[in-house]
Design a protein around this ligand. Sequence first.
Ligand SMILES: [Zn+2]
Length: 157
Amino acid sequence: MHPPVEQDRKRVPFEGQTVRLRVKSGPVSGQRDVIDYGLQRRALLGDVAAGRRTQAEACDAHPHLLLAAKHYGTPGPVACPVCARHRQQHVHYVFGAALGKTSGQAKSPAELSQLAATHTEFDVYVVEVCPDCGWNHLIRSFVLGRPADSALTAADG
Ligand SMILES: [Zn+2]
């Protein structure tokens, strides 16, 4: 028997080598191509618990991320897996050519809805971050925005 978590541990989250799930969750409607990074998150936490990684390595939130969490974050539904406090924030980062200069920025859920209504497809990455201990991890990514060919379809209809 292979330990699947051990294999997933080596993967880089942003390469997206994970199972694609169709789920409806989170504060923004219209999400599709949702990718859940729970396996990698659990693997990292397992490494910390087993001493293969230090807590400092796992709790290395960049000052910019902490600032984004403060201004654009939404309260996370679960306690911090490291310090157990209940102040985790979810930060949504947007990426995509359709967004122009906005690509790479953190956005609030209201701003995401606005972007989704006015732009063609772009990627959203959700990062959980704890302002108390600095724990941070990519937890989910999904696609928002109008499908690239929807303008033609709408014009035809
Ligand atoms: Zn914490």
